[in-house]
Design a protein around this ligand. Structure first.
Ligand code: GLC
Length: 564
């Protein structure tokens, strides 16, 4: 039965002027929980909201400011919950609306904000609107909330245009009419179970305003907007003429991504968000061609943050890293939004595995690579990220240094992209393997039962329990880094870094009272000693002027003379 949360905290109370002196989100460290893989309270092998609730103290102890929960709404799970059938209900697999309410309250009591995922580009094909559209047939009003079109060719047997699905294959699926004959096609930029909404339809816009209010009334602090760049399609839906696969960070504008029309939607949402007390925010998942285009999503009257996928995509090389850092800061400065930084999420190969591979392997690889190297670089990359001004996003398990599981047998895989791209893909399951909490137990403390994807035996030693209290562990490094960030509020603040002179392959920059030095090369380098070492991503040399290979060091800095 669908339960609904009664309107509680906040509530729409008329337009409020945003308080420019506040902005908890500007330098916030936000931790992504992927509910199905975080913690399983009922022992069915699948994570749930009660499991998340039970593990909130881990997040408090880690020192993050907020939690972003990937979708837990009612869904047939064709795309792990990114196919929503009821935006106001919790899927029984994850619990109930009461569980959601209690989780939000508990998180707040621990000083953690809560951001929930919002999936406005498409619904599940089980959504009542889509089901009604299928039933009502061609030409019906119900079909205008989605994109239905007749096919091309004499019998309409060809898709209406050449758009490919992000998951492989065409972005169109043909329907069957009630008399059993082939009918119109509908658009789905992702799986066929994820029909795209028609955002030109006023009812779609109104429905999402209502969904936003529903969760804001339930007390959430914000939204992560799924496929924020996809809602508006170019008029006439022109062919792209490539017939190829969709490049997520495409150089050119595609007629289905990053269309200027999407910004009107976010201006409308911003008014709604600002009408609530407590600085509710929204962060865009917008894969755009440049950081300058990403900045359009966070203009003062639009969303608050956007993920920095250019940064996530940068290889472990000083030149590229510095370039993307400079470009990102420069792009955000004119719009006054904080830059965000992210290294991992549920859609890409974890950075401990990306950096274990040659840069050409890209952000989606199934190669395990050199694990020790990958972890060393991942830790160094994390300390670099957490020293930059702005807000940082962490993905569950990265604080344990988890690698991708690259050898999952095909029969356990669930990522729809694996099935649609015929083995070429399938990378996303590898970063979704459930978190190990303890050394023992069938699923290393994930739950009392098994886990929906098998965890490698080596993960016992990567568990929270195994790493807690070990000063050399990745977990303790993250805890220390976040503690230092809290003690030095200047670290996340501002919109500039001051680069200091450094040898090739090395980055050194100053922030207030603080210097960060990053060696991306495979040999030690000699540097100045900038003060006292606050934290290092790996063992440091006895000689403080030597920075080991693939290592980042944070210094509590005394003033640096130029040329050092
Ligand atoms: C976003 C999500 C991804 C999902 C897709 C379709 O990119 O992060 O997991 O498959 O949207 O909703």
């Amino acid at each position: 039965m669908t339960q609904h949360i009664a309107a509680t905290a906040g509530g729409a109370s008329g337009r409020r002027a945003p308080d420019p002196s506040s902005g908890w989100w500007r330098d916030a460290v936000i931790y992504q929980v992927y509910p199905r893989s975080f913690a399983d309270a009922n022992g069915d092998g699948m994570g749930d909201l009660a499991g998340v609730r039970g593990r909130l103290p881990h997040l408090r102890d880690l020192g993050v400011d907020a939690v972003w929960l990937s979708p837990f709404y009612a869904s047939p799970q064709a795309d792990a919950g990114y196919d929503v059938a009821d935006y106001r209900a919790v899927d029984p697999m994850f619990g109930t609306l009461d569980d959601a309410r209690v989780l939000i309250g508990d998180a707040h009591a621990l000083g953690l904000r809560v951001i929930v995922d919002l999936v406005p580009n498409h619904s599940s094909s089980d959504h009542p609107w889509f089901q009604q559209a299928l039933r009502d047939g061609p030409g019906s009003a119900a079909r205008t909330r989605y994109h239905f079109r007749p096919g091309k060719g004499p019998g309409g047997e060809l898709p209406p245009n050449d758009w490919p699905s992000v998951f492989g294959g065409p972005a169109w699926t043909r329907t069957t009419d009630s008399d059993g004959t082939p009918g119109d096609w509908y658009l789905h930029l992702f799986a066929p179970e994820q029909p795209d909404f028609n955002w030109d339809h006023p009812e779609v816009a109104e429905e999402f305003r209502s969904i936003l209010r529903f969760w804001l009334d339930a007390g959430v602090d914000g939204f992560r907007v799924d496929v924020a760049h996809g809602l508006v399609k170019a008029p006439g839906m022109p062919d792209i003429g490539e017939g190829g696969t969709v490049r997520l960070l495409a150089d050119d504008l595609l007629p289905f991504f990053d269309q200027d029309g999407v910004h009107e939607i976010y201006r409308d949402w911003r008014v709604l968000l600002d009408s609530y007390a407590g600085e509710r925010i929204a962060v865009a998942e917008a894969w755009t061609s440049t950081v300058a285009r990403t900045a359009n999503y966070v203009r003062p009257d639009e969303l608050h943050q956007a993920f920095n996928f250019q940064y996530l995509s940068a290889p472990w090389r000083a030149g590229e890293l510095r370039e993307v850092i400079d470009l990102s800061l420069a792009a955000m400065r004119p719009v006054g939004a904080p830059t965000t930084w992210v290294l991992s999420n549920h859609d890409v190969t974890r950075h401990a595995t990306r950096f274990a591979n040659p840069p050409g392997a890209g952000i989606q690889t199934r190669q395990a690579g050199d694990r020790a190297l990958g972890l060393r670089r991942a830790r160094a990359a994390t300390l670099l990220m957490l020293a930059l001004p702005g807000s940082a996003y962490l993905y569950q398990g990265e604080e344990l240094g988890l690698p991708d599981v690259t050898d999952l047998p095909d029969e356990v895989r669930q990522d729809p992209s694996f099935f649609r791209a015929a083995g070429q893909d399938g990378f996303r399951d590898g970063c979704r393997v459930p978190v190990p909490w303890t050394r023992d137990g069938g699923s290393y403390g994930f739950g009392a039962g098994g886990s929906w994807l098998p965890q490698p035996g080596s993960w016992a030693e990567l568990s929270v329990e195994a790493q807690t209290g070990d000063p050399g562990s990745t977990l303790e490094m993250y805890r220390s880094a976040l503690a230092v960030r809290k003690e030095h509020p200047g670290l996340g603040a501002g919109d500039r870094v001051e680069w200091l002179e450094a040898p090739d392959g090395v980055l050194v920059f100053r922030r207030p009272g603080f210097v960060c030095a990053v060696n991306t090369t495979d040999s030690p380098v000699r540097l100045a000693a900038y003060g006292s070492v606050l934290l290092a991503s790996g063992p440091t040399a006895a000689d403080r002027t030597v920075l080991p290979a693939d290592t980042t060091v944070w210094w509590s800095a005394h003033p640096v003379e130029s040329g050092q």
